[in-house]
Each structure stands twice: as structure tokens, then as C-alpha cells.
Design a protein around this ligand. Structure first.
Ligand SMILES: [Zn+2]
Length: 441
């Protein structure tokens, strides 16, 4: 049970290095080839698009061995993830997101060399080390019921999808290398890898929306509280279950992350593995059993002396589960005191039910207005969760736009038939809209 009733604001994971020293670490220098891992560096990769993903990260993860366990294509991106097994039997993780243009975003979790590796389409590479965080500090706001309302595990064996929206400040986008969608996909995959590792098969997270705002907010409870207002536009469009905010360092930071315990909102800093930890709080987990605070006796992470799980230490890509063992053959949970896998299974319905299920449908009210002797203006109603739209003339792609209105000269002089389709994060497309016949003035 909670020791305090109602909402409590308590301090969170703290960065062990100062903002000033972090700014120093982010300073860049240029190399013609990837430098040794372990430091903040910049360099250039020649012919980046012709390199395999493995070639781009191989120097950074050695001598650890990568065991890939997941791969999928989402829109223009290929998302892969798996565990990194170190020579000392430590288990870290690698999440890579590769754009079709060759650019790469890779979250590397490896003892002593964790960080974010980014290489853009021009081959410009950067490595930003993860700050060391103390995940034992209380960092939750209590918003859920104080008595267990979990449904029996057997009810939720069918797969559930938890739709996630992630909002970023502009400086956070800069910190993650500029490709905000790649970073958001990587953060979501870091949770899915943890779920797979922990044998939680009935739930996965899916990115449904991203928004970038100009202002960078401090990492504190008020920001967590105000998240729906701060990102109101993106949330309206994407209709997510979970709402996440990513910010860069701010002078008023009180912590490195905050999350609602048994809620839907969390915030964390741009670099590192705080995201999966805060989502674990949303799912219903607290820290280590000794720290207390959870409403179920088993809703904690685990530290077996060699490996710590996501809620309790957060140094390995596992949510606690007594049935799973680490590379030392030690269990990663305890049936009575540390079973986050059970927590996840018991909370899938709640986590996936904050927003109604959105079924992709054709954009409504597609219309055309002749604009000039060579151009036509097309407009249509916003389709929730669409990330862009495509206007088609038969099999000819006329425009690909993020807007719901566009004036284009890519039209033919004669009367022709047009329609629009909505395109979603995962690349799927809606059925075609109503058809309109139009031509320039
Ligand atoms: Zn925490």
C-alpha cells in the first residue's frame, strides 16, 4: 500500500554528472573513421547508404556479442533489437533504427559504453554517452487506484497493443541527432525488447504519433502534470494510450525522469534508458522490493547480485520475471517479490484502453478548388493518427504531404479524377477517399 494518500510528488532519477560537464561531453571533433567507443565523438562514414547496419555499429559494440531477437519494417524504417552479451556475462541491449536513406539511430546499452549512436544520410556520425542515472530514487506520481484492480492473467492472453505518443522539445530532437521518428521508434522498441526478454507475449507498444515543440520544459512534476496541454495538438491527432515527453537538460530540472505509477504519462531525458523504466511505472511497477510502494507485493524489479532489471537498477533489458535467467544462470525475479512480467500481463487491458481503438479510414470531405491556370488546391479533413497524406491521379502519385491542404501544379490540363489516402506511422494506408474531378482554371 502507499504510505501517502493522493498525489505525491517525489524526486526522480538523478544525473550523476552536471549539466556543465554534459555540455562539455557533447562537444564534437571530426574523424575520417569511427573512433574508439567510449567517448563523445563525431566522424564521417563514406557511402553510408551502401554500408550494412551491422557495419555501422560493429565497432561500437565490440567485444560484446549481439543476439538479435526482433526485426520489423515500420514506414521508411527498419527497427531491430536484441541483447548484447558482454565477455563478463553482463547483458545489455542494442536497438537499431535504419532509415531507407541509410541513416542510423542506435541505442547501445553495454557496460561502460552505453549511449546513442547516430549517423545521418550524409554519413556524419555522433556518439553521445548515456549519463549514469540513479534509478533507486522515488520518481513516481500516484494517480491510480490504491487497491489492486488487476484482472486475472488468464483473461488477457490475446495480444494487446498500447499506442504511444511521444512529444519532444526542439533541443531534445537536436540531442538525439535530428531524426525524431527514428529516436521515438527506438525508445518504443526498447520497451518491446524488455517485454520479449521477459516472456510477456500478450502486449506490445506501438508508436502512433510524434510532435516537436520549440520550448524545452524542465524535468519536474509540473511538466508531467501539464503534458496533455504541452502536447495537445499531437495528442489530439494521434489519440494515444500512453503520453510521453522527452526533454533535454534544463536549469530547473529536479530529476532525470518522472512517471505516473499505474497511469499513462511519463517524461524523461533524451539520452539513456530512462524511457523503458518510466513506462514500467505506468504499467504498475515500483523499484526494488526493499523500497516498497507498490500495491501488489510482486510489482517490483529485481537485483540478483549480478544483473539488475529495468525497475530495480535498470542496467539490463529485462522486466523482472522469476522464470527468466541471466547469462550467469541466476533468476531475474522472485515469484513473491519481483514479477514485473505478471504486472504487465495484468495491466494490458488498462494500458491499451486509455484511448479508443482507431481504425484507419479514408480521409473525409476530399475537395478540389482550381487555383490558377496551372494549379489546383486540394483539401480534406484530418484523419486521426495519419502522419501524411498522398494525393493520387489513377496510379500517378501527385503529392505526398503532411498537411491537410495543398496547392499543386502537378495536375494535368484536362479534367481528371483525384483521391487522397492517409498514411500511418507503420506505412499502412487508408482506403481511398471520395473521388473528385478537377482541372486548373
Ligand atoms: Zn523510477
Amino acid at each position: 500500500m502507499f504510505k501517502t494518500a493522493g498525489v505525491r510528488f517525489v524526486r526522480c532519477v538523478f544525473y550523476s554528472i552536471s549539466i556543465a560537464s554534459l555540455a562539455g561531453l557533447l562537444g564534437a571533433c571530426t574523424h575520417s573513421s569511427p573512433p574508439d567507443p567510449g567517448g563523445p565523438k563525431s566522424w564521417v562514414v563514406e557511402n553510408v547508404a551502401s554500408k550494412t547496419t551491422q557495419e555501422l555499429y560493429a565497432d561500437w559494440i565490440a567485444p560484446a556479442v549481439y543476439k538479435r531477437s526482433g526485426s520489423k519494417v515500420i514506414g521508411n524504417y527498419t527497427v531491430e533489437s536484441g541483447n548484447l552479451i558482454g565477455p563478463d556475462k553482463s547483458i545489455g541491449s542494442l536497438v537499431t533504427v535504419r532509415h531507407a536513406n541509410g541513416s542510423l539511430t542506435a541505442m547501445i546499452e553495454e557496460k561502460g559504453k552505453s549511449g546513442l549512436l547516430t549517423i545521418n544520410s550524409k554519413g556524419q556520425g555522433d556518439f553521445t554517452p548515456s549519463p549514469t542515472l540513479d534509478f533507486s530514487r522515488p520518481d513516481t506520481v500516484n494517480v491510480g487506484a490504491v487497491t489492486p484492480t488487476d484482472q486475472p492473467e488468464s483473461v488477457t492472453e490475446e495480444p494487446y497493443t498500447v499506442d504511444v505518443f511521444i512529444g519532444y522539445s526542439r533541443t531534445a530532437v537536436d540531442a538525439v541527432g535530428g531524426d525524431v521518428i527514428a529516436d521515438a521508434l527506438a525508445k518504443v522498441e526498447s520497451v518491446n525488447l524488455g517485454l520479449r526478454n521477459s516472456l510477456v507475449t500478450n502486449v506490445s507498444l506501438k508508436l502512433v504519433g510524434v510532435q516537436v515543440i520549440e520550448r524545452n520544459y524542465p524535468m519536474k512534476g509540473e511538466t508531467l502534470r501539464d503534458l496533455p496541454t504541452i502536447f495537445s495538438k499531437g495528442i489530439e491527432i494521434s489519440q494515444p494510450d500512453l503520453i510521453q515527453g522527452i526533454f533535454s537538460n534544463h536549469p530547473d530540472d529536479t530529476a532525470g525522469g518522472w512517471g505516473e505509477y499505474r497511469g499513462r504519462k511519463a517524461i524523461s531525458h533524451a539520452i539513456g534508458e530512462a524511457f523503458r523504466h518510466e513506462v514500467g511505472h505506468n504499467a504498475g511497477g515500483m523499484h526494488c522490493y526493499a523500497d516498497g510502494g507498490a500495491i501488489s507485493t510482486y510489482a517490483y524489479g529485481y537485483n540478483n547480485g549480478k544483473t539488475t532489471t529495468i525497475q530495480c537498477g535498470n542496467e539490463s533489458p529485462f522486466y523482472s520475471n522469476p522464470l527468466v535467467k541471466d547469462a550467469n544462470d541466476l533468476p531475474l525475479g522472485n515469484v513473491l517479490t519481483a514479477n514485473m512480467a505478471r504486472v504487465w500481463r495484468n495491466n494490458t487491458v488498462r494500458l491499451s484502453s486509455y484511448a479508443p481503438t482507431v481504425i484507419p479510414q479514408a480521409p473525409q470531405n476530399f475537395r478540389a478548388t482550381p487555383y490558377s491556370s496551372t494549379a489546383v488546391t486540394f483539401a480534406w479533413d484530418l484523419e486521426p493518427r495519419a502522419v501524411r497524406y498522398q494525393i493520387w491521379r489513377g496510379i500517378v502519385l501527385v503529392e505526398d504531404t503532411e498537411s491537410t491542404e495543398i496547392t499543386t501544379t502537378n495536375v494535368t490540363a484536362g479534367l481528371q479524377r483525384y483521391y487522397v489516402v492517409a498514411v500511418y506511422f507503420d506505412g499502412t494506408k487508408s482506403p481511398p477517399s471520395n473521388l473528385v474531378w478537377t482541372k486548373p482554371k
